[in-house]
Design a protein around this ligand. Structure first.
Ligand SMILES: *Cc1c(COP(=O)(O)O)cnc(C)c1O
Length: 368
């Protein structure tokens, strides 16, 4: 068997009629930037998340960047986030001229360890970005309490967690803003780039709308710096179709995760854990193995591709070290970076493919 890590064509075959007609509708409308499709998708996503406003932007990185700016993050401020996130979270902080301050991962959830946050707070700390990594929400109960106690803004990185919940409340409805990515691999993906900021604050929404469109307050009037970061009409029209499928897709992701968990009984494999209050949406199915590179080669030889999310913790990245020159220790993230490996998981992965992967994973023996 040869299994693709992800195959967008399976999804397209399923939704071809609706997606084709959405694109045609936009082309025929003659309106391609900031029109009705973006407005309707913003409304639909805000409703889905349970917030008052949503602002479509160019991508997930820009969602974080603009939300941080709108949240008042200034050059020299410090923003706390997860050491085991991917680069865009850190880039967005640096793009504001702010300094990323990293905390280690929680050994069970792999999200940032909220208990490690207070020790990192200084007079300059302005915000915390919990990254809902792999589709599981961070410990929002504790995080919101920390935010309140130390007067810090919480901006959620929901790029991997569209549709995830914490105690029945949606990802993106906790902080002053939630930042979503519609990169094609995400739980709801565009056929290109896209992003969204969710918020209950009218002021923050207005400011994000200004920032995404050259900083225009009213037509041709610019009071401060702005950018070009817009979700376009075609992507919004496609995403409107896909949003209707998101819950069904997330249920399918959870069913595949359950199948993996029930089937994998190799004592050399550590399975992902679902935290008590979190409804995981399995953007990724991340297991841990000893001799990870050998494991990947064994699977590859059997037609099973795997990926690593992510092989190098952010505190070891040159772009971070060049800015901070900080020496710090992240033992959990370091260990994870050596052991984690992502198995294929997407809604259109077939049961027989999952069963085949389970069989090969169970036959793996790390050579002594
Ligand atoms: C994908 C991702 C981003 C960036 O989103 P883009 O749309 O690719 O800019 C940010 N944070 C996390 C955790 C992501 O997975």
């Amino acid at each position: 068997m040869k299994i693709p890590f992800i195959d967008f064509r399976r999804e397209y075959r399923d939704l071809k009629k609706e997606l084709d007609s959405a694109v045609k509708r936009v082309i025929n409308s003659g309106h391609y930037i900031l029109g009705k499709e973006v407005e309707e998708f913003e409304k639909a996503l805000a409703d889905y998340i349970g917030v008052k406003y949503a602002v479509g932007v160019g991508n997930g990185t820009e969602a974080l960047h603009l939300a941080l700016l709108a949240g008042g993050v200034k050059p020299g401020d410090e923003v706390i986030t997860a050491v085991n996130t991917c680069a865009p979270t850190i880039s967005a902080i640096m793009a504001c001229g702010a300094i990323p301050v990293l905390v280690d991962a929680h050994p069970l959830s792999y999200c940032l360890d909220s208990a490690a946050i207070p020790a990192k707070i200084t007079k300059k700390t302005k915000a915390v970005i919990p990254v809902h990594l792999y589709g599981q929400m961070s410990n929002m109960g504790h995080l919101m309490a920390i935010g309140k106690r130390y007067n810090l803004k919480i901006i959620e990185d929901c790029a991997q967690a569209s549709g995830a919940k914490y105690k029945n409340k949606m990802a993106g409805s906790f902080g002053i803003a939630g930042c979503f990515s519609f990169y094609p691999t995400k739980n709801i993906g565009a056929l290109g780039d896209g992003g969204m900021i969710s918020t209950n604050s009218r002021d923050l929404a207005v400011e994000c709308r200004r920032l995404r469109n050259y900083g225009e307050t009213t037509r041709y009037k610019h009071d401060s710096l702005g950018f070009n970061s817009r979700l376009d009409e075609i992507q919004a029209a496609l995403l409107r179709v896909k949003l209707k499928k998101l819950d069904e897709w997330n249920r399918r992701r959870r069913a595949i995760a359950e199948r993996y968990k029930a089937g994998i009984d190799n004592p050399d494999v550590i399975l992902p854990e679902e935290m008590e209050c979190a409804r995981h949406v399995y953007h990724l199915f991340v297991i841990r193995v000893k001799r990870r590179d050998y494991f990947r080669n064994v699977l590859k030889a059997k037609g099973i591709p795997t990926l690593i999310h992510y092989p190098i913790p952010m505190y070891r990245q040159k772009f971070y070290l060049d800015l901070t020159r900080k020496r710090d220790y992240f033992p959990v993230a370091d260990q994870l970076a050596e052991e984690i490996v992502s198995l294929p998981l997407y809604p259109y992965l077939r049961d027989e493919e999952v069963d085949y992967i389970i069989k090969i994973v169970n036959s793996y023996r790390p050579v002594k």
